[in-house]
Write a protein that binds this ligand. Sequence first.
Ligand SMILES: *Cc1c(COP(=O)(O)O)cnc(C)c1O
Length: 401
Amino acid sequence: MTLISPWRADFPGLLALDREGQTYLDSAATAQKPQTVLDALLAYYAGGAANVHRAQHLPGERATRAFEATRDKAARWLNAADREDIVFTRGATESLNLLAYGLEHLFAAGDEIVVSAAEHHANLLPWQQLAARRSLKLVVLPLTPQGDIDLQQATTLIGPRTRLLAVSQLSNVLGRRQALHTLIQQARDGGALTVVDGAQAIVHGRQDMQALGCDFYVCSSHKLYGPDGVGLLYGRRGALQRLQHWQFGGEMVQQAGYLASTFRDAPLGLEAGTPPVAGVIAFGAALDYLGSLDAQAIGNHEAALHRMLLAGLHGYAGLRLLGEPETALACFTVDGVHSGDLAHLLTEQGIAVRVGHHCAMPLLQRLGVNGAIRVSLALYNDESDLQRFFAALDKALELLR
Ligand SMILES: *Cc1c(COP(=O)(O)O)cnc(C)c1O
Protein backbone atom coordinates (compact mmCIF):
# COMPACT_ATOMS: atom_id res chain seq x y z
CA MET A 1 0.00 0.00 0.00
CA THR A 2 1.37 3.38 -0.87
CA LEU A 3 1.39 6.25 1.56
CA ILE A 4 -1.36 8.75 0.81
CA SER A 5 -1.89 12.19 2.36
CA PRO A 6 -5.38 12.54 3.87
CA TRP A 7 -5.05 16.32 3.41
CA ARG A 8 -4.14 16.47 -0.29
CA ALA A 9 -7.72 17.14 -1.41
CA ASP A 10 -7.81 20.30 0.76
CA PHE A 11 -5.31 21.99 -1.61
CA PRO A 12 -6.86 23.04 -4.94
CA GLY A 13 -3.53 24.39 -6.20
CA LEU A 14 -1.92 21.02 -5.78
CA LEU A 15 -4.79 19.27 -7.55
CA ALA A 16 -4.48 21.78 -10.41
CA LEU A 17 -0.78 21.00 -10.70
CA ASP A 18 -1.63 17.27 -10.67
CA ARG A 19 -3.93 17.77 -13.64
CA GLU A 20 -1.11 19.58 -15.42
CA GLY A 21 1.22 16.69 -14.76
CA GLN A 22 3.36 18.68 -12.34
CA THR A 23 4.78 17.08 -9.21
CA TYR A 24 5.27 19.81 -6.62
CA LEU A 25 8.31 19.16 -4.42
CA ASP A 26 9.29 22.73 -3.60
CA SER A 27 7.23 23.52 -0.51
CA ALA A 28 10.25 24.88 1.37
CA ALA A 29 10.15 27.77 -1.14
CA THR A 30 6.41 28.29 -0.81
CA ALA A 31 3.52 26.05 0.17
CA GLN A 32 0.22 25.47 -1.61
CA LYS A 33 -2.83 26.91 0.16
CA PRO A 34 -5.85 25.05 1.52
CA GLN A 35 -9.32 25.94 0.23
CA THR A 36 -10.17 27.64 3.52
CA VAL A 37 -7.38 30.18 2.96
CA LEU A 38 -8.67 30.91 -0.55
CA ASP A 39 -12.17 31.23 0.89
CA ALA A 40 -10.98 33.73 3.49
CA LEU A 41 -9.29 35.88 0.84
CA LEU A 42 -12.38 35.89 -1.32
CA ALA A 43 -14.75 36.45 1.61
CA TYR A 44 -12.92 39.62 2.61
CA TYR A 45 -13.06 41.12 -0.88
CA ALA A 46 -16.43 39.75 -1.94
CA GLY A 47 -18.01 40.66 1.38
CA GLY A 48 -16.96 44.32 1.18
CA ALA A 49 -13.35 45.40 1.65
CA ALA A 50 -12.57 48.03 4.27
CA ASN A 51 -9.48 49.48 5.87
CA VAL A 52 -8.55 48.51 9.41
CA HIS A 53 -8.11 50.52 12.62
CA ARG A 54 -9.64 53.70 11.18
CA ALA A 55 -13.23 53.44 10.22
CA GLN A 56 -16.20 53.45 12.59
CA HIS A 57 -18.46 51.89 9.97
CA LEU A 58 -19.59 48.27 9.96
CA PRO A 59 -17.30 46.95 7.18
CA GLY A 60 -14.34 48.68 8.81
CA GLU A 61 -15.16 47.25 12.18
CA ARG A 62 -15.60 43.80 10.70
CA ALA A 63 -12.27 43.95 8.87
CA THR A 64 -10.49 45.19 11.99
CA ARG A 65 -11.98 42.41 14.09
CA ALA A 66 -10.91 39.72 11.60
CA PHE A 67 -7.46 41.29 11.19
CA GLU A 68 -6.87 41.54 14.94
CA ALA A 69 -8.17 37.99 15.42
CA THR A 70 -5.12 36.80 13.46
CA ARG A 71 -2.91 38.57 16.01
CA ASP A 72 -4.57 36.47 18.73
CA LYS A 73 -4.18 33.29 16.70
CA ALA A 74 -0.52 33.99 15.94
CA ALA A 75 0.17 34.79 19.60
CA ARG A 76 -1.37 31.46 20.58
CA TRP A 77 0.53 29.61 17.82
CA LEU A 78 3.78 30.98 19.22
CA ASN A 79 2.73 30.87 22.87
CA ALA A 80 3.61 34.55 23.14
CA ALA A 81 2.92 36.08 26.54
CA ASP A 82 0.81 38.85 24.99
CA ARG A 83 -1.02 39.47 21.70
CA GLU A 84 0.80 42.82 21.51
CA ASP A 85 4.09 40.92 21.12
CA ILE A 86 3.08 40.21 17.49
CA VAL A 87 3.86 42.73 14.72
CA PHE A 88 2.60 42.10 11.19
CA THR A 89 5.08 42.61 8.35
CA ARG A 90 5.27 41.68 4.67
CA GLY A 91 7.34 38.56 5.39
CA ALA A 92 10.29 37.11 7.28
CA THR A 93 12.69 39.13 5.13
CA GLU A 94 10.97 42.37 6.03
CA SER A 95 10.89 41.40 9.70
CA LEU A 96 14.67 40.86 9.68
CA ASN A 97 15.33 44.12 7.85
CA LEU A 98 13.06 45.88 10.33
CA LEU A 99 15.17 44.44 13.16
CA ALA A 100 18.49 45.36 11.57
CA TYR A 101 17.28 48.92 11.16
CA GLY A 102 15.27 49.21 14.36
CA LEU A 103 18.10 48.01 16.60
CA GLU A 104 20.86 49.99 14.87
CA HIS A 105 20.95 52.68 17.54
CA LEU A 106 21.97 50.10 20.16
CA PHE A 107 25.29 49.24 18.49
CA ALA A 108 28.72 50.85 18.87
CA ALA A 109 31.82 50.34 16.72
CA GLY A 110 33.55 47.06 17.56
CA ASP A 111 30.40 45.30 18.80
CA GLU A 112 29.86 41.83 17.43
CA ILE A 113 26.91 40.21 15.69
CA VAL A 114 26.93 36.41 15.68
CA VAL A 115 25.20 34.36 12.98
CA SER A 116 25.62 30.72 11.94
CA ALA A 117 27.18 29.44 8.72
CA ALA A 118 23.78 28.06 7.69
CA GLU A 119 21.83 31.30 7.41
CA HIS A 120 19.45 32.14 4.58
CA HIS A 121 20.49 35.41 2.92
CA ALA A 122 17.54 37.06 4.69
CA ASN A 123 19.20 36.45 8.06
CA LEU A 124 22.68 37.37 6.87
CA LEU A 125 22.63 40.35 4.52
CA PRO A 126 20.67 42.75 6.78
CA TRP A 127 23.24 42.12 9.55
CA GLN A 128 26.13 42.41 7.12
CA GLN A 129 24.79 45.78 6.00
CA LEU A 130 24.29 46.91 9.59
CA ALA A 131 27.84 45.79 10.44
CA ALA A 132 29.18 47.88 7.56
CA ARG A 133 27.18 50.96 8.61
CA ARG A 134 28.26 50.81 12.26
CA SER A 135 31.75 49.25 11.95
CA LEU A 136 30.67 46.06 13.69
CA LYS A 137 32.22 42.62 13.43
CA LEU A 138 30.17 39.77 12.00
CA VAL A 139 31.11 36.43 13.60
CA VAL A 140 30.06 33.19 11.87
CA LEU A 141 29.44 30.06 13.94
CA PRO A 142 30.80 26.94 12.20
CA LEU A 143 28.77 23.78 11.64
CA THR A 144 29.41 20.13 12.36
CA PRO A 145 29.48 17.76 9.33
CA GLN A 146 25.84 16.85 10.09
CA GLY A 147 24.85 20.49 9.77
CA ASP A 148 24.40 21.49 13.39
CA ILE A 149 25.88 24.62 14.91
CA ASP A 150 29.08 23.50 16.61
CA LEU A 151 28.12 24.30 20.18
CA GLN A 152 31.60 23.86 21.55
CA GLN A 153 33.04 26.45 19.18
CA ALA A 154 30.01 28.66 19.74
CA THR A 155 30.86 28.82 23.44
CA THR A 156 34.12 30.53 22.67
CA LEU A 157 32.82 32.66 19.79
CA ILE A 158 29.93 34.17 21.75
CA GLY A 159 31.78 36.53 24.04
CA PRO A 160 31.73 39.81 25.90
CA ARG A 161 31.55 41.85 22.68
CA THR A 162 28.56 39.91 21.35
CA ARG A 163 25.69 42.33 21.12
CA LEU A 164 23.33 40.21 19.03
CA LEU A 165 22.88 36.56 18.09
CA ALA A 166 20.80 35.86 14.95
CA VAL A 167 20.33 32.21 13.99
CA SER A 168 17.85 30.09 12.10
CA GLN A 169 16.05 27.34 13.94
CA LEU A 170 15.96 25.12 10.86
CA SER A 171 18.07 25.58 7.73
CA ASN A 172 16.29 25.54 4.37
CA VAL A 173 19.32 23.71 2.92
CA LEU A 174 20.44 21.32 5.64
CA GLY A 175 17.09 20.59 7.27
CA ARG A 176 18.66 20.35 10.72
CA ARG A 177 16.81 21.50 13.81
CA GLN A 178 19.24 23.58 15.83
CA ALA A 179 19.41 23.22 19.59
CA LEU A 180 19.04 26.92 20.29
CA HIS A 181 18.22 26.86 24.00
CA THR A 182 21.77 26.87 25.29
CA LEU A 183 22.97 29.32 22.63
CA ILE A 184 20.18 31.75 23.43
CA GLN A 185 20.76 31.40 27.15
CA GLN A 186 24.47 31.98 26.76
CA ALA A 187 23.97 35.05 24.56
CA ARG A 188 21.37 36.54 26.89
CA ASP A 189 23.49 35.89 29.98
CA GLY A 190 26.18 37.98 28.30
CA GLY A 191 23.71 40.78 27.66
CA ALA A 192 23.19 40.14 23.93
CA LEU A 193 19.89 40.34 22.08
CA THR A 194 18.71 37.16 20.37
CA VAL A 195 16.92 36.78 17.02
CA VAL A 196 15.56 33.47 15.74
CA ASP A 197 14.69 32.95 12.08
CA GLY A 198 11.76 30.55 12.26
CA ALA A 199 10.74 30.70 8.59
CA GLN A 200 11.29 26.95 8.10
CA ALA A 201 10.90 25.64 11.64
CA ILE A 202 7.40 26.97 12.18
CA VAL A 203 6.15 24.99 9.19
CA HIS A 204 6.72 21.83 11.23
CA GLY A 205 4.72 22.77 14.28
CA ARG A 206 3.72 25.30 16.89
CA GLN A 207 6.52 27.12 18.66
CA ASP A 208 6.81 28.20 22.27
CA MET A 209 8.38 31.63 22.59
CA GLN A 210 8.34 31.58 26.35
CA ALA A 211 10.23 28.28 26.42
CA LEU A 212 12.63 29.27 23.62
CA GLY A 213 13.47 32.47 25.42
CA CYS A 214 14.57 34.55 22.41
CA ASP A 215 13.97 38.30 22.20
CA PHE A 216 12.75 38.21 18.59
CA TYR A 217 11.34 35.58 16.24
CA VAL A 218 10.40 35.97 12.57
CA CYS A 219 8.44 33.92 10.02
CA SER A 220 6.37 34.19 6.83
CA SER A 221 2.79 33.16 6.18
CA HIS A 222 3.36 31.77 2.67
CA LYS A 223 5.51 28.82 3.82
CA LEU A 224 2.90 28.06 6.47
CA TYR A 225 0.11 27.44 3.95
CA GLY A 226 -1.05 31.08 4.11
CA PRO A 227 -0.95 33.86 1.51
CA ASP A 228 2.25 35.65 0.53
CA GLY A 229 2.98 39.27 1.37
CA VAL A 230 2.41 38.61 5.09
CA GLY A 231 4.82 37.77 7.85
CA LEU A 232 5.32 38.49 11.47
CA LEU A 233 7.81 39.68 13.98
CA TYR A 234 7.47 38.45 17.53
CA GLY A 235 9.22 40.45 20.22
CA ARG A 236 9.14 39.69 23.90
CA ARG A 237 7.76 42.40 26.16
CA GLY A 238 10.26 45.20 26.38
CA ALA A 239 12.24 44.01 23.35
CA LEU A 240 9.84 45.47 20.77
CA GLN A 241 9.96 48.76 22.67
CA ARG A 242 13.70 48.99 21.99
CA LEU A 243 13.15 49.14 18.22
CA GLN A 244 13.22 52.59 16.73
CA HIS A 245 10.29 53.42 14.47
CA TRP A 246 11.17 52.65 10.91
CA GLN A 247 8.37 53.44 8.49
CA PHE A 248 6.41 56.60 9.01
CA GLY A 249 2.87 57.31 7.85
CA GLY A 250 -0.71 56.56 8.69
CA GLU A 251 -1.80 54.69 11.80
CA MET A 252 1.60 54.55 13.50
CA VAL A 253 1.31 58.11 14.71
CA GLN A 254 0.03 59.32 18.05
CA GLN A 255 0.10 63.06 17.50
CA ALA A 256 1.12 64.49 14.14
CA GLY A 257 2.19 68.10 13.61
CA TYR A 258 3.75 69.95 10.69
CA LEU A 259 7.14 70.13 12.34
CA ALA A 260 7.16 67.23 14.78
CA SER A 261 5.12 64.17 15.66
CA THR A 262 4.92 61.47 18.30
CA PHE A 263 4.43 57.82 17.58
CA ARG A 264 2.55 54.85 18.93
CA ASP A 265 4.10 51.95 20.74
CA ALA A 266 4.54 48.53 19.15
CA PRO A 267 2.85 46.71 17.60
CA LEU A 268 0.83 49.39 15.79
CA GLY A 269 3.76 51.84 15.91
CA LEU A 270 5.68 49.41 13.69
CA GLU A 271 2.80 48.86 11.25
CA ALA A 272 2.71 52.05 9.20
CA GLY A 273 0.23 52.43 6.37
CA THR A 274 -2.47 50.08 5.18
CA PRO A 275 -1.41 46.52 5.97
CA PRO A 276 -2.16 43.51 3.74
CA VAL A 277 -5.63 43.19 5.28
CA ALA A 278 -6.90 40.24 3.23
CA GLY A 279 -3.57 38.48 3.61
CA VAL A 280 -3.48 38.82 7.38
CA ILE A 281 -7.07 37.59 7.68
CA ALA A 282 -6.28 34.62 5.43
CA PHE A 283 -3.12 33.92 7.41
CA GLY A 284 -5.45 33.48 10.37
CA ALA A 285 -7.43 30.98 8.29
CA ALA A 286 -4.21 29.05 7.58
CA LEU A 287 -3.51 28.83 11.31
CA ASP A 288 -7.11 27.71 11.92
CA TYR A 289 -6.70 25.04 9.26
CA LEU A 290 -3.45 23.72 10.71
CA GLY A 291 -4.86 23.93 14.21
CA SER A 292 -7.81 21.78 13.18
CA LEU A 293 -5.52 18.93 12.06
CA ASP A 294 -3.82 16.29 14.16
CA ALA A 295 -0.26 17.64 14.51
CA GLN A 296 1.05 14.22 15.47
CA ALA A 297 -0.45 12.67 12.35
CA ILE A 298 1.13 15.37 10.16
CA GLY A 299 4.49 14.82 11.83
CA ASN A 300 4.26 11.07 11.29
CA HIS A 301 3.22 11.45 7.67
CA GLU A 302 6.03 13.88 6.85
CA ALA A 303 8.57 11.74 8.70
CA ALA A 304 7.49 8.61 6.82
CA LEU A 305 7.77 10.39 3.46
CA HIS A 306 11.12 11.84 4.45
CA ARG A 307 12.47 8.38 5.35
CA MET A 308 11.36 7.16 1.91
CA LEU A 309 13.03 10.12 0.25
CA LEU A 310 16.33 9.57 2.05
CA ALA A 311 16.24 5.80 1.53
CA GLY A 312 15.62 6.33 -2.18
CA LEU A 313 18.42 8.86 -2.54
CA HIS A 314 20.87 6.59 -0.71
CA GLY A 315 20.44 4.07 -3.50
CA TYR A 316 22.17 6.25 -6.10
CA ALA A 317 25.91 5.87 -6.56
CA GLY A 318 27.76 9.16 -6.32
CA LEU A 319 24.80 11.04 -4.85
CA ARG A 320 25.92 13.31 -2.04
CA LEU A 321 23.49 14.73 0.51
CA LEU A 322 24.27 18.10 2.05
CA GLY A 323 24.30 17.51 5.80
CA GLU A 324 22.01 14.96 7.41
CA PRO A 325 18.52 16.43 7.07
CA GLU A 326 16.08 15.69 9.90
CA THR A 327 13.01 17.36 8.44
CA ALA A 328 11.05 17.08 5.23
CA LEU A 329 13.74 18.09 2.75
CA ALA A 330 16.95 16.89 1.14
CA CYS A 331 19.60 18.80 -0.83
CA PHE A 332 21.98 16.83 -2.98
CA THR A 333 24.51 16.80 -5.76
CA VAL A 334 25.55 13.89 -7.97
CA ASP A 335 29.24 13.33 -8.72
CA GLY A 336 30.14 14.13 -12.30
CA VAL A 337 26.73 15.66 -13.01
CA HIS A 338 26.00 19.38 -13.24
CA SER A 339 23.06 20.17 -10.95
CA GLY A 340 21.66 22.62 -13.49
CA ASP A 341 21.59 19.94 -16.20
CA LEU A 342 19.97 17.46 -13.86
CA ALA A 343 17.37 19.99 -12.75
CA HIS A 344 16.63 20.79 -16.38
CA LEU A 345 15.88 17.14 -17.13
CA LEU A 346 13.73 16.81 -14.02
CA THR A 347 11.82 19.96 -14.91
CA GLU A 348 11.21 18.65 -18.41
CA GLN A 349 9.53 15.64 -16.83
CA GLY A 350 7.23 17.79 -14.71
CA ILE A 351 9.15 17.54 -11.45
CA ALA A 352 9.11 20.86 -9.61
CA VAL A 353 12.25 20.84 -7.47
CA ARG A 354 14.56 23.69 -6.63
CA VAL A 355 18.09 24.03 -7.98
CA GLY A 356 20.80 26.54 -7.20
CA HIS A 357 22.15 28.07 -4.04
CA HIS A 358 18.80 28.20 -2.17
CA CYS A 359 19.48 31.74 -0.92
CA ALA A 360 22.43 30.44 1.08
CA MET A 361 25.39 31.09 -1.22
CA PRO A 362 28.06 31.29 1.50
CA LEU A 363 26.88 27.97 2.96
CA LEU A 364 27.11 26.19 -0.38
CA GLN A 365 30.57 27.66 -0.93
CA ARG A 366 31.62 26.37 2.46
CA LEU A 367 30.26 22.93 1.58
CA GLY A 368 32.27 23.05 -1.63
CA VAL A 369 29.40 22.97 -4.11
CA ASN A 370 28.13 25.69 -6.39
CA GLY A 371 24.62 24.38 -6.80
CA ALA A 372 22.45 21.61 -5.42
CA ILE A 373 19.00 20.15 -6.00
CA ARG A 374 16.50 20.42 -3.19
CA VAL A 375 13.45 18.21 -2.78
CA SER A 376 11.10 19.46 -0.10
CA LEU A 377 7.91 17.88 1.16
CA ALA A 378 4.77 19.12 2.85
CA LEU A 379 1.79 17.54 4.53
CA TYR A 380 -0.05 17.21 1.21
CA ASN A 381 2.60 15.12 -0.57
CA ASP A 382 1.97 11.42 -1.28
CA GLU A 383 4.34 8.56 -1.85
CA SER A 384 3.27 8.76 -5.52
CA ASP A 385 5.03 12.15 -5.74
CA LEU A 386 8.26 10.47 -4.67
CA GLN A 387 7.73 7.60 -7.09
CA ARG A 388 7.38 10.07 -9.96
CA PHE A 389 10.44 11.95 -8.75
CA PHE A 390 12.60 8.81 -8.58
CA ALA A 391 11.41 7.59 -11.98
CA ALA A 392 12.36 10.98 -13.44
CA LEU A 393 15.70 10.95 -11.61
CA ASP A 394 16.52 7.49 -13.03
CA LYS A 395 15.79 8.68 -16.53
CA ALA A 396 17.72 11.92 -16.14
CA LEU A 397 20.81 10.24 -14.74
CA GLU A 398 20.71 7.61 -17.49
CA LEU A 399 20.81 10.41 -20.05
CA LEU A 400 23.55 12.35 -18.29
CA ARG A 401 25.95 9.51 -17.53
C1 LIG B 1 12.24 31.57 3.17
C2 LIG B 1 13.17 31.86 4.27
C3 LIG B 1 13.41 33.17 4.69
C4 LIG B 1 12.81 34.36 4.02
O1 LIG B 1 11.43 34.32 4.00
P1 LIG B 1 10.60 35.24 2.98
O2 LIG B 1 9.24 34.69 3.08
O3 LIG B 1 11.21 35.01 1.62
O4 LIG B 1 10.72 36.63 3.43
C5 LIG B 1 14.27 33.36 5.74
N1 LIG B 1 14.85 32.33 6.36
C6 LIG B 1 14.66 31.04 5.99
C7 LIG B 1 15.33 29.95 6.74
C8 LIG B 1 13.82 30.78 4.92
O5 LIG B 1 13.63 29.51 4.54
